[in-house]
Ligand binder design. Structure first.
Ligand code: GUN
Ligand code: ZN
Length: 434
């Protein structure tokens, strides 16, 4: 067993924060050796249940659930900060040429190692991640995640049209490769497979149909794609699929809207689309730094809530500008302030935090598994230093409430706040940290 005394943040089933300023977190390995949470709560109330237990004293730190990134492209680690007029030129000029390099397995392994170091430095413990169209890019990511004991989901990108040489795949082979990788990796240790049509404009109807058939045959797998990110992209999808009721409807027509289907962006949706998301169980990955950087638009929180659709936060690196959950939460706050049909929404700091932890896990179908520190959850957590920088120390010392403390971290925090990241109870090897 391992035990930590620190301020402790968790969430209840109504998305409300549970906060113990003097808390205790106790973890122990389950039958597979994965540490799970045995007890979490106020130190004074719990410690008598564990006589003689050695407790690591982190009383000046905050322990919180590891962050969950619902949508990120590991092969775009080195694409961050590539300026373009919008999504489609950005894909053409930077992203596709860069992703072509992942045909080299050694290159893919090198980027994957750096990517996971980066996630862990920023306190991200679970990610739903795009690979590239090259099967070796998927293997590289799974092997790196497995070696680190991470809960991690990825899949081979499907793109058999409107894509240049070097990333375009071949319809039949792409589906064979997907199934082979899925059978090899889905459910192994903490790993999961995501069927990954890049977006409808890059996939033929035959490829989307094949993806939908795989999704039906393997209902426990995830589906990930993009939808309604950019106005030019939406127009293009309508031209390519004129018979579909909407861009989102294309995915529905091919059996790609279901539980565990995660659609990045979901900006330019209609009310009918949002209702379709809700009915099907598909969820949105909200990518605010990407949407602001590429000028795509603003996720409509009020409309999403009114429709009852699920969502959570995501970095969308390399369209997104940072791996940092703090930057993502702050960008989401800005989107709430300015980007709504009814402006002036003030997303609560604890709700932003929920969207990047327990809420994101819930949206991924991983409620009770990761994203929270309730008993039974896998012990993925971060140890945060609220005084990591001089300015942050001044600000957090003056915080009068949990919301103020979390807001200070969201506004002023970055990876310097993350003292340590634990996955399944084990300390991340911070390979890149000096
Ligand atoms: N749509 C299709 N591919 C991509 C991608 O790589 N990034 C983003 N942001 N949108 C996409
Ligand atoms: Zn994306």
């Amino acid at each position: 067993m391992q035990a930590y005394r620190a301020a402790l943040l968790r969430f209840d089933d109504q998305h409300r924060p549970l906060y113990d300023p003097d808390g205790l977190l106790v973890t122990a390995p389950d039958e597979w050796g994965v540490h799970t949470v045995r007890a979490a709560g106020a130190y004074g109330a719990l410690i008598e249940q564990f006589p003689g237990l050695g407790v690591h004293d982190w009383r000046d730190r905050l322990i919180a659930p590891g962050f969950v990134d619902m949508h990120v492209h590991y092969p775009q680690t080195d694409v961050i900060g590539s300026p373009a007029d919008g999504l489609l030129p950005w894909l053409e000029h930077y992203t596709f040429p860069h992703e072509a390099r992942f045909s080299d397995p050694a290159y893919a392994c090198g980027v994957a190692a750096f990517f996971f170091d980066e996630l862990q430095r920023h306190g991200v413990t679970t990610a739903l991640t795009f690979a590239t169209s090259h099967p070796a890019s998927v293997t590289a990511a799974f092997e790196a995640a497995q070696a680190r004991g991470l809960r991690f989901i990825t899949g081979k990108v499907l793109q058999d049209r409107n894509s240049p040489d070097g990333v375009r795949d071949e319809t039949e082979q792409s589906l064979i490769d997907s199934e082979t990788l899925l059978q090899r990796w889905h459910g192994v240790d903490r790993l999961g497979y995501a069927i990954t049509p890049r977006f409808a404009p890059s996939c033929t109807p035959a490829q989307l149909r094949g993806a939908g058939e795989l999704a039906a045959r393997y209902p426990a797998t995830w589906i990930q794609s993009h939808v309604a990110e950019n106005r030019d992209e939406v127009r293009w999808a309508h031209e390519l699929f004129p018979e579909a009721g909407s861009y989102l409807g294309v995915y529905g027509d091919f059996g790609l809207l279901r539980q565990r289907a995660v659609y990045a962006h979901c900006i330019h949706l209609s009310e009918d689309d949002r209702a379709l998301m809700q009915r099907s169980g598909a969820v949105a990955a909200v990518c605010p730094t990407s949407n602001l950087f590429l000028g795509s638009g603003f996720f409509d929180y009020l409309a999403a809530d009114a429709a009852g659709m699920g969502y959570g936060l995501a970095s969308d690196v390399g369209g997104g500008t940072s791996f940092s959950p703090f930057k993502t939460m702050l960008a989401a706050y800005f989107v709430g302030r300015e980007g709504q049909t009814k402006p002036g929404l003030s997303l609560q700091p604890s709700q932003l935090w929920w969207q990047h932890t327990a809420g994101a896990a819930h949206a991924l179908g991983l409620k009770g598994v990761v994203g929270n520190l309730q008993p039974g959850n896998e012990a993925d957590f971060v140890v945060l230093n609220p005084e990591a920088t001089p300015l942050l120390a001044r600000r957090t010392q003056q915080a009068d409430s949990l919301e103020e403390l979390l807001f200070a971290l969201i506004v002023l925090g970055d990876e310097r706040v993350v003292t340590q990241t634990f996955s399944a109870g084990l300390k991340a090897q911070a390979l890149n940290r000096t």
